[in-house]
Design a binder for this molecule. Structure first.
Ligand code: DGL
Length: 360
């Protein structure tokens, strides 16, 4: 038998390994060849861990510079919208961000997509708010990172480059607001932060990813079928303030006086993060009846993290006004709050609000 010489072995190994090495690093991948100009993608930086460098936060411009090879995928533009932790963003800033995005798409027909950086803690809230209020089918991609720029293994630049690639990708159109971290594309409506520290924290649980960002291309496997962005009926162009909606967690022995206090402080809606499929505890039922008596909407969601609340009367609300009781369907409590806030800008009709919860 002929013996393989060492030099042949090296050549063989190189041929086998090289494509895999290329795949491992999105920055080194060549984009698809195209005669059309490079897509124009704009970054709106809002802050968060992705820019939270020790000694001073990264600016939008520094974030752009952190991505080697960006010019292979997009012509970048950028602006600093804010530079704070995600949980510090105000509802007024949400309104301004949605209006800014709508204005950019309106004023610049050449703009292919927008990337928004955000802290990860409440990223899913900002993303779902935009999912309901952006008036374009062009991609809006929300990106963050779990490790800050001063940490070994900072993944922010890789996530941001993935975000730009997704925003530049024509197949991203019409899929609602997208959340991109860890090489995965999730729907803003479905995704949630599931782990305080790990990189794979953003999950859509039972529904799974919409697609992935690989070295060779952006790949989609499915698209959301609920109403969003261009098909949304919500219009924040002239809304100065969103109605107050609070979230109440159900736990054993919970008291209803918290709910009463929320109502007395001006809440127009309350989302119950119920146990299981609608159960409340302690004297929460009394608090909910107090809310109903004051004309405050109560939306039942589940604290379980997945599953659906069907439209039917929860026992704790048996004596309350039926049209004020809404089922959250499969929306997480914090997202049910966002939908209820927007719903209340359109109507005070419970049947209409329930219709919205079945569609968005
Ligand atoms: N955990 C980050 C967030 O969700 C906060 C880090 C920061 O201060 O930017 O925004």
């Amino acid at each position: 038998m002929r013996r393989t010489r060492p030099v042949h072995l090296i050549l063989l190994l190189t041929a086998l390994l090289c494509p895999r090495l290329g795949e491992a690093s999105p920055q080194t991948a060549a984009p698809a060849q195209s005669a059309s100009p490079m897509p124009k993608v704009r970054l709106l930086a809002t802050g968060g861990t992705i820019s939270n460098r020790a000694g001073g936060r990264l600016s939008a411009e520094e974030l752009i510079r952190s991505m080697p090879g960006l010019e292979r995928y997009a012509r970048p533009k950028f602006e600093q919208f804010a530079n704070v932790a995600s949980s510090q963003l105000t509802l007024k800033q949400w309104l301004d961000l949605a209006r800014r995005i709508n204005g950019l798409f309106k004023d610049d027909p050449d703009l292919s997509g927008i990337v928004v950086t955000s802290g990860t803690d409440t990223l899913e809230e900002t993303a779902y708010f935009l999912d309901l209020t952006v008036k374009s089918d062009k991609p809006v991609v929300v990106v963050g990172s779990m490790r800050n720029p001063s940490t070994l293994g900072y993944e922010g630049a890789a996530n941001l480059l993935d975000g730009f690639r997704v925003a530049a990708e024509p197949a991203s159109r019409g899929k609602g607001v997208l959340v991109v971290l860890n090489d995965e594309i999730n729907s803003a409506r479905e995704v949630t932060k599931t782990d305080a520290l790990r990189l794979h924290t953003f999950q859509s649980r039972d529904y799974g990813v919409l697609g992935v960002v690989d070295a060779d291309r952006v790949v989609y496997y499915r698209a959301p079928v609920t109403r969003h962005t261009k098909e949304s009926e919500f219009d924040v162009s002239s809304i100065e303030e969103l109605p107050r909606v609070d979230v109440v967690l159900v736990y054993q022995g919970a008291t209803g006086d918290i709910i009463k206090a929320m109502v007395d402080q001006g809440a127009k809606g309350i989302v119950i993060a119920s146990a299981g499929a609608g159960a409340t505890s302690g004297t929460q039922g009394e608090g909910m009846q107090y809310a109903a008596a004051k004309g405050v909407f109560v939306v039942t969601s589940t604290r379980t993290g997945s599953g659906r609340i069907a439209s039917r009367r929860p026992s704790a609300m048996a004596s309350a006004t039926p049209q004020l009781r809404i089922a959250a369907e499969d929306l997480a409590p914090v997202k049910a709050r966002i939908l209820l806030m927007l719903a209340l800008t359109r109507t005070k009709d419970g049947a209409e609000i329930q219709r919205m919860f079945t569609q968005y």
